[in-house]
Design a protein around this ligand. Sequence first.
Ligand code: NAP
Length: 248
Amino acid sequence: MANQTGKTALITGGTSGIGRAAAKQLAELGVHVVVAGRSAERGEQTVADIRSAGGKADFVQTDLQDASSARELAKKAVELGNGRVDILVNNAGIFPFGATHDMSEDDFERVYAVNVKAPYFLVAELAPRMAEHGGGAIVNVTTMVADYGAAGMSLYGSSKAALTLLTKAWAAEYGPSGVRVNAVSPGPTRTEGTDVMGEGLDQLAAQAPAGRPASADEIAEAIVFLATDRSSFIYGATLPVDGGRTAV
Ligand code: NAP
């Protein structure tokens, strides 16, 4: 892939799993990556790993809860990017599973805050700036369970379904200004976040043609494709990277 030196990317949840893999792959292409998350320890470790491999990286500690935390993160990323952010990867997400009747209002607020509100206000802050600078790319990370009804995943799946629609809405809104907005929809993927699922992850993955969970790097490949000019004519698409689960 062409060298991407000179670009800056903000990757939310860049301190773990899929986000960290995407940050590392983008850094290998020469992109200055700004990784964001709550854990300073994981953030500093990610930055140290990228720098020791010759890449350029910074960490911003943030708890994405609302519009102000999203706007503050966007501001810091712009500062670190010397006035511009060319790529935004809305990857941070939480996925508590459980029956609808077991979810509290607090669970509902938390899931929608991280999975929907934070991406919404990051885009509000960064997409117009990208347009001012002649363009950019935004990649939202959704999930295969935003595409079909799965028991125990109503809260999580619905929040990501909102992000799928926002991907199209933002493509309509910002595409004409040169900002491409797309999404990657992963299937079961081995990360720190899914460790707790144990064999449940394999059972879920067994339902798809691929028959196994993905690695974080396999999902990151698709994110990087949509974040860079190799996908220059793709706008508003959601790419399933789910081992074929939603195809069958
Ligand atoms: P993960 O290992 O749990 O990582 C989640 C990341 O999000 C961490 O970097 C975490 O950082 C960050 N984060 C969570 N809450 C945050 C908050 N309030 N403020 C700021 N950052 C926050 O998850 P993953 O498995 O890599 O998943 C990444 C994305 O892919 C998520 O959106 C998830 O829904 C989606 N996805 C995953 C799978 C899968 O099977 N793994 C499948 C489909 C979709 P800190 O802990 O440092 O805050």
